[in-house]
Every structure is written in C-alpha cells, then in structure tokens.
Design a protein around this ligand. Structure first.
Ligand SMILES: Cc1ncc(C[n+]2csc(CCOP(=O)(O)OP(=O)(O)O)c2C)c(N)n1
Length: 337
C-alpha cells in the first residue's frame, strides 16, 4: 500500500499553503506503512478546518459535532476494539469547546491517537483568538489584545496523566512521520500536538521555531537516551538541577556528561512537564530557552477499553443474563394514585 491508497477522491478544501496538507500527507504515508487494511482505520473529527480531515482520507471517518470527537471515538473504540481510531482536532475544537472531553479521554487512556493541529487561531471562523493564542494577541475578537492566558497543550495532556505526549511541526515532514508512527504504535491514548501554520489568519506564528536562520538555535530535538543538545554549533545543552532546568553552554569544563539525558519512559511526569513548560519560561524567543520537539512521555498503562472488555467477559462467564429479573432488582417502589 502507498500513501495514494489512503487519499480520498475529494480535493481538500484548505487554503493553498495550509499546514494541514502536510499533516494529511504524513498521516496517509504512516498509515500505508502500518500494513493495516484501510477499512480498519477510522478518523473522527469535530469542527474546524482541521476537522475536515476525514473527508480526505480513504478510510472510514466521522465528522462529528464541535469538540466531541473524543466522545464519539471513545464509544467507537470500546464497541469495536479491532478498529484503529484516530482523532483530528484543532486548538479551538479540542481545547475550547471540547476541552473537557479531551482531558477525560486522556486520563482514561483509551487506545486512540489524537492529532491536535495547533495554529493558535480559529481558522474556519476566520481568525478569532483561541485557547493557545498568546496573551496580548490582536485578532478580530481581541482587537486590543487577548486578555487570556493560553493553555500549553502538552502540559495539559501531562496534567491529565496522558501516557503518550509528543510535539512535532507541519514543516518537518520526517520528524512528523516518526512521531506519528510512534503514536500509532503506542497502546493507550497518544496525544500529538502538531504546530501548524495558518497562512491566512495566523501566518508565521511558528517562524521563531521553523525559519532556517533560527531553527537550530531554537529547536531542541528530543532523542531517546541522548543528552539534550541544541544550537547551530551543537554547543548548548540542558542541565537538570534540583529545582528546574538550566541552559548551559558546552565547553569550558561543561561537557555532554553534565547534561540531562532524555528518557520519555519516566513514570513520574514532572520532568516531561518541565520540558513542556520550557517555552513558557521567560526569554525563549531571545536565544535562551529552545522549544522541545519529539516524544515527551511514553509510558505503558492498562487501557480503558481493555479493562472494560475484561469486565465484560468476566460478567458473561459468571452471570446468567435475565433482563426481567434485572429490571425487578434493586430498590423498587410502587406509585399509588
Ligand atoms: C457549538 C458551536 N460553537 C461554535 C462554532 C463555531 N466554530 C466552528 S469551528 C470553530 C473553531 C475552529 O478552530 P480550531 O479548532 O482551532 O480549528 P481550525 O479551523 O483553526 O483548524 C468555531 C468556534 C460551531 N460550529 N459550533
């Protein structure tokens, strides 16, 4: 199978240059490489530009109501554990109207993959600020600057005890495919934030990460088992102190052995949380804190769907089902006229 087998006959209705095309391409490629028949995949979405995803995939799909992709996907995965269920959502859809649904699917660890396309704006409704827009951002709905403090999607996911948490970028095709593949292989809810450019309403929002002139100095690629090094000259690193992280220059007595080694399998999410918050720390745009990309946390826990199915088979083994006696069991009372 190839990527083309996963492309539907419909032409995407996204603006020319939208980051969603790259995400579509990466997802189709990864699914083709997984060697699973197309009819075993289901893409569930809510509402938004990103949520048009199911139309463009030659798989099963459901375009549901705003923010409710997780609810529909949860029901589907529990009823049909044989299906490979993916959710496509935006920062508005997933974190605003659907915020509550998102945190509960994450804490339950239902075996689905969530792709959160984060363009830090409402694209479909033409440019209102979203829960990830920066404080003070001027948009159509915040002409004097957004008064909101934004969500950090990865910190939110870690706070909900998500078992797989990662971040990638629409412009980094190779990295995006690697992260999506790892997410697909993870047993449990995988949450992938994809930084995505909206050419019309928030163009260049991630240039401070993706532009060739700055990317090596501003991106920190997390590699399992490797020390955290970044910079054009690979001359900066991250050290783990008792009370936080520190950026250190390499050389002059500080070597790789002094740096933190990336371990996404730590059960304790606090180091992953520090990495997730790194870009919120003061100074990240002025050559101090880089933006980590890659897998922040990957731990194995029982999935909700597996537990439910164990309980179902246990219940079937031990009990004879008699609907009438079930209806007449428990507290009963009679209503007298
Ligand atoms: C109940 C309800 N409230 C509000 C809307 C309007 N609405 C549609 S999409 C959207 C936000 C989309 O933003 P995002 O999830 O960031 O997706 P994008 O379009 O940027 O991909 C909103 C507020 C709606 N369709 N239904």
């Amino acid at each position: 199978m190839t990527r083309r087998d996963f492309a539907s006959a419909m032409n995407p209705r996204w603006c020319p240059g939208c980051g969603d095309y790259a995400i579509l391409n990466a997802t189709q490629t990864v699914m083709a490489e997984m060697g699973i028949p197309r009819e075993r995949f289901v893409i569930v979405s809510g509402i938004g530009c990103s949520s048009r995803f199911p139309y463009y995939m030659n798989t099963y799909g459901m375009h549901t109501i705003h923010g409710r992709g997780p609810a529909v996907a949860s029901g589907l995965k529990v009823a049909r554990p044989d299906l490979d269920v993916w959710i496509a959502t935006g920062d508005g859809d997933g974190l605003s109207i659907g915020g509550n649904h998102l945190i509960h699917i994450l804490r339950r660890n239902i075996n689905v993959n969530i792709l959160l396309f984060n363009n830090r704006i409402y694209g479909l409704t033409k440019g209102q600020y979203s829960p990830t827009s920066e404080f003070g951002k001027k948009t159509k709905s915040s002409p004097m600057g957004s008064p909101d403090r934004p969500f950090n999607p990865l910190a939110l996911a870690l706070g909900a005890n998500a078992t797989f948490v990662a971040r990638t970028v629409d412009r980094y095709m190779g990295h995006m495919k690697e992260v999506l593949k790892a997410a697909a292989e993870h047993p449990g809810t995988s949450f992938v934030e994809i930084l995505q450019n909206c050419v019309i309403f928030n163009d260049g929002a991630f240039e401070y990460i993706t532009e060739n002139a700055v990317r090596e100095d501003h991106d920190l690629i997390l590699e399992e088992g490797k020390p955290l090094i970044f910079g054009k000259e690979r001359d900066k690193g991250i050290r783990l102190l008792k009370d936080g992280l520190e950026v250190v220059p390499l050389g002059n007595g500080t070597g790789e052995e002094d740096l933190m080694v990336h371990d996404s399998t730590r059960e304790d999410p606090s180091v992953a949380m520090m990495l997730a918050h790194m870009e919120d720390l003061p100074g990240h745009t002025i050559d101090r804190w880089p933006v980590p990309l890659g897998i922040f946390r990957r731990v194995k826990h029982q999935t909700y769907d597996a537990v439910v199915h164990e309980q179902l088979s246990e219940a079937k083994k031990n009990k004879k089902v008699d609907v009438q006696s079930l209806l007449e069991s428990g507290d009963m009372w009679e209503v007298k006229a």
